[in-house]
Design a binder for this molecule. Structure first.
Ligand SMILES: Cc1cc2nc3c(=O)[nH]c(=O)nc-3n(C[C@H](O)[C@H](O)[C@H](O)COP(=O)(O)OP(=O)(O)OC[C@H]3O[C@@H](n4cnc5c(N)ncnc54)[C@H](O)[C@@H]3O)c2cc1C
Length: 395
């Protein structure tokens, strides 16, 4: 059967920058582009901003500093950690409450946050920064004219719609736009991990002792840790590239938790929030001009900022990320942000966490806003100066 989709395309607005995906990277990119004066639209297929950090219930903001308390990341990533802690509970150490610590400390500039309250705060953050928002809008493919993306076709309640753009940031978490543009991409492997939030007697007691909602919201963590410990024996690794794969991964994760709680006293606990997006760490990333592999201390003369290493073996490690990890030269106005940038091995591990997604998002949004003559002709000095003016650190 050959099914042809000849439905009429409803033409919507034209934008300087369209950001596809409203996770942390997308929010950062959209705010960054709009602050640069670009008419910016953020397009999100769900109805909530924050992606894995909020809808995915991850809600632990990895550190903005290295293990010695040296701040590695600021700019929008720091605005967002502060925003995540502003209206809901947090456990930012006192030295980092206002972000201004300059002394050596082993206290991490990291925090738990309420994913639901943070998601609401992100709505207002986008609106206050003049970003136009379209929710419940699934980008289906980029309209390519040679190397140039002329805009995005999306599926909405109204049907098939088109939004025109001068530049597009792919912040989909799985390089959906690059892949559908025909760009080279690489897929990842995922252990089965499952996070849900709930409440139980132990949490209530902790809350009563501390009078702090942080203790009332309990993180139920099932399955594998980051390194594969706890992955069900014999279970294949998931890719997240087909609905079938996503379905078994999600059902298997929910079953792990259900099997654990179903025989407990039903009045003793509740599962209050299930993740509303699949919790894959690495789905797909672009093949860019530089594959970032995280070599400690390596500097780039085209860096877009720096980061540390959140992992136990990452103590004291410093990295810079080059602009060339955010694009493929054959796609002149597509820019990658967040966990889809061109990175492999340790490079993918350190760049996929929330603060680094915010950093690459901020850079991607700015690149998109100033991209006039194609990605290969970006004026790097102008970009670096603007990033520094916007508090991005180059350590
Ligand atoms: C189990 C697990 C534990 C983790 N633990 C931590 C941790 O403790 N701390 C930490 O900092 N990080 C952690 N991470 C990593 C981190 O949460 C994510 O990598 C990061 O939040 C990704 O941000 P992003 O914006 O790049 O992508 P995402 O959060 O995936 O956002 C992508 C957004 O794009 C939308 N989208 C996708 N396709 C389309 C489309 N076609 N059209 C429109 N919208 C679309 C999605 O709905 C989503 O909102 C963890 C991840 C996992 C899975």
């Amino acid at each position: 059967m050959n099914i042809v989709d000849n439905r009429e395309v409803i033409i919507k607005g034209n934008y300087d920058v369209i950001v596809v995906g409203g996770g942390i990277a997308g929010v950062s990119a959209a705010v960054s582009a709009a602050r640069e004066g670009a008419k910016t639209l953020i397009m999100e297929k769900s109805i909530m901003f924050g992606g894995l950090a909020t809808a995915g219930l991850i809600s632990w903001y990895e550190p903005l500093c290295d293990s010695n308390g040296k701040k590695m990341i600021s700019g929008i990533a720091e605005e967002l950690i502060q925003l995540s802690a502003k209206y809901g509970f947090d456990n930012l150490p006192d030295v980092w409450k206002d972000g201004n610590n300059t002394t050596q400390t082993n206290k991490k500039y990291a925090t738990y946050f309420s994913p639901t309250i943070f998601a609401m705060a992100l709505d207002q953050y986008l609106i206050e920064n003049n970003v136009e928002i379209i929710l419940d809008c699934m980008a289906t493919f980029p309209v390519m004219n040679g190397s140039v993306c002329e805009g995005i076709v999306a599926e909405t309640k109204e049907g098939k719609v088109f939004y025109g753009a001068k530049s597009v940031v792919d912040a989909t978490g799985d390089a959906d736009i690059f892949a559908k543009a025909g760009a080279p991409v690489v897929s990842g492997d995922n252990y089965l991990s499952f996070v849900a939030h709930g409440i139980n007697h132990e949490a209530i007691e902790k809350y009563n002792n501390n009078n702090n909602m942080l203790f009332l919201r309990k993180w139920f963590f099932e399955g594998s840790n980051l390194f594969g410990k706890g992955h069900p024996e014999g279970m294949e690794l998931a890719k997240g590239l087909t609905s079938e794969d996503i379905t078994w991964f999600v059902l298997a994760g929910r079953k792990l938790l259900f099997d654990k709680i179903k025989d407990q006293d039903k009045n003793s606990r509740d599962v209050t929030t299930l993740p509303s997006m699949p919790q894959f760490r690495k789905i797909r990333r672009i093949v860019g001009e530089h594959e970032f592999v995280a070599i400690d201390g390596e500097k780039f003369d085209n860096a877009i900022g720096s980061c540390g290493d959140f992992r136990p073996n990452g103590k004291g490690k410093h990295y810079q990320i080059p602009i060339t990890s955010l694009y493929n030269k054959n796609y002149s106005n597509l820019i990658a942000a967040g966990r889809i940038i061109s990175a492999s091995g340790d490079g993918w591990e350190v760049t996929r966490v929330i603060p680094v997604c915010a950093l690459t998002g901020q850079a991607a949004g700015l690149i998109a806003a100033i991209n006039k003559d194609g990605i290969n002709n970006i004026n790097y000095i102008e970009l670096a100066n603007k990033l520094k003016d916007n508090k991005v650190l180059f350590v």
